[in-house]
Design a protein around this ligand. Structure first.
Ligand code: HEM
Length: 520
């Protein structure tokens, strides 16, 4: 998932001229009596340099200790506010969803390169609402049943292949292939057999261009959108970006039209593309064909790194907390037994396992700062006047470590999510019942959060330290845009009982055949 912090203003004579214009604007607004800016405390000056280290989470957490739960700073000409407690994030990002559901403006990556069609960075408004409706329709209801079937089959193949493979690098490829296939199954009803797949490569290419276009300081127009007032032929930055856009558009349209042909032939699997085709009404003001084609790429940009990192953390915590893994396995043995793989229907009977997964997402949230929101109107909160256009981060990492919400937050404790009985009364903190904090806030909350994580890994395998005995350090991260995962680590898997290999080989062979329905 990518949404990089904004760009650094360059020091040129031209910028001096613009500064003069901006100052004139500020002077004008103070003369006409605008409410005085009162910002939360924070570091002075332009914070770009400090944030350029790429250690944004660590820097934010340091500033939180220094300036308090709501702090602010300047990034170029942008004002940024970071919310670090549950009250402020709920008050603003959830309860004032009508004001705080926008995204910061991305002139190059979103507007020019993507024709304003990428939902993740889309401004809040009618088009985003249609985009979001399409995401929901494609992930829930009838489509969800097809996703579950596809995901279960892929999961069986994954376990079988993990068992056959000793090399940990190869394990990571298998996990990544699994996450990629699940996500492309959601968008296009299509399976990915290996990571050299053309659809995967082309999607990655488009994503890399988007990330490159987002690199801080790369484009003057990002800091000075006033350059968009130049006649188009004079906008020197535009032609290469538009050429990439034509290529991306072509790629996405080809993917979508492929599903359309399969739909017409009656052979398309249920997926987001199919639900978009089925729900579109001639002559309506729905998303256009090209907008739908772009919308179908959203799960690829937002769903793969996040799913993969969560799976990797589940393995890390199984290694670091073997007693928690053991409890999950005792539960699996009691509910599922040794004779078959777990299914989605077992989920409700596996509370400890589901608590383990929740705790995994809390203990090291994989999108630690969510995706930045932005305010669409001036408003007052506590003692502060927050201006329209202010960028607002909900610091998920800090919220998940808040000791007023989670007792002993630095200890991995799935039990906190279990219902306990005290004096004959069932007890659970209501905040934990639908725990979705790692998935963001309010109207922008992750639409893919129902894409369930797999339970069968722990059914099949004991997760063991490598021969070297070196365990992973959960505080060493690999960052990909706004997503983070653990640094590469070693481990071994060992089948838990005599029947595992036989079941995985048999069910794996059957899954290979059934998955052909998703192959094209
Ligand atoms: C464990 C896995 C995942 C985590 C932790 C996660 C987390 C997040 C977070 C924190 C946000 C930002 C919410 C905000 O702005 O407040 C987000 C947005 C989003 N996620 Fe996920 N996500 C996960 C998996 C997925 C999957 C599997 C998909 C798709 C199949 C997906 C699709 C999206 C999309 C499209 C958005 C943008 C929503 C918008 O801007 O309206 N995510 N996710």
């Amino acid at each position: 998932m990518s949404y990089i912090l904004s760009s650094v203003p360059p020091q040129t004579a031209f910028s001096t001229l613009i500064v003069a214009l901006v100052l004139a604007g500020v002077l004008y607004s103070s003369i006409v009596g605008r409410r005085k800016d009162i910002n939360p405390p924070g570091p002075s000056g332009n914070a770009s340099r400090e944030l350029a280290s790429g250690q944004t989470v660590a820097v934010f957490n340091r500033w939180r200790k220094e300036y308090g739960p709501i702090f602010s700073f300047n990034l170029g000409f942008k004002k940024v506010i970071v919310l670090n407690n549950a009250k402020a994030t709920t008050d603003l990002l959830v309860k004032r969803g009508d004001i705080y559901s926008n995204r910061p403006r991305l002139v190059v990556a979103h507007e020019i390169l993507s024709g304003s069609m990428r939902g993740l960075s889309m401004q809040y408004g009618d088009m985003w609402k249609k985009w979001r409706k399409m995401q929901h329709a494609g992930m829930n209801g009838r489509a969800a049943l097809a996703h579950r079937e596809h995901q279960s089959l892929e999961s069986t193949v994954l376990l079988r292949d993990l068992l056959r493979t000793v090399d940990v690098d190869e394990h990571n490829n298998l996990l990544q292939r699994f996450a990629t296939s699940v996500v492309l199954g959601i968008s296009y009803g299509r399976r990915v057999r290996n990571l050299d797949d053309e659809m995967v490569k082309q999607n990655y290419m488009a994503l890399q261009e988007y990330q490159r276009a987002n690199s801080p300081g790369r484009y003057l127009v990002e800091t000075w959108p006033i350059l968009l007032w130049l006649p188009k032929p004079l906008q020197w930055f535009r032609p290469p970006l538009e050429s990439i856009r034509r290529k991306d558009t072509n790629t996405y349209l080809t993917f979508f039209r492929n599903v359309k042909s399969r739909f017409a032939a009656g052979i398309a699997k249920d997926c987001m593309a199919v639900s978009a085709i089925a729900n579109s009404k001639a002559g309506s003001d729905d998303l256009s064909e090209v907008e739908v084609a772009y919308a179908l790429s959203a799960p690829f940009s937002a769903g793969i790194d996040t799913t993969l990192a969560t799976l990797q953390y589940a393995i890390v915590f199984a290694l670091l907390y073997p007693e928690a893994l053991k409890k999950a396995q005792v539960e699996l043995d009691a509910v599922v037994g040794h004779g078959r793989l777990p299914t989605f229907d077992d989920e409700k009977s596996l509370p400890y396992l589901s608590a383990f997964i929740k705790e995994t997402t809390r203990f090291r949230p994989v999108v630690p700062l969510a995706v930045p929101h932005a305010a669409t109107a001036d408003n007052v909160y506590e003692d502060y006047n927050i201006r329209k256009g202010t960028v607002v981060y909900g610091n998920i990492d800090a919220l998940c470590r808040d000791s007023t919400a989670f007792s002993n937050p630095e200890v991995f404790t799935p039990e906190r999510f279990l219902i306990t009985s005290e004096a004959g009364q069932d007890k659970i903190d209501p905040r934990y019942v639908d725990f979705n904090l790692p998935f963001g806030f309010g109207r922008r909350i992750c639409p893919g959060m129902q894409v369930a994580l797999q339970s069968s890994l722990f059914w099949a395998f004991d997760i063991l330290p490598p021969a070297s005995g070196i365990l992973p350090d959960p505080d060493k991260y690999t960052n990909v845009g706004l997503t983070r995962g653990p640094e590469p680590f070693n481990y071994r898997v060992r089948p838990r009982h005599v029947d595992v290999a036989k079941i995985l080989e048999e069910e794996g062979a059957e899954a290979d055949v059934r998955l052909k329905e998703w192959e094209y």
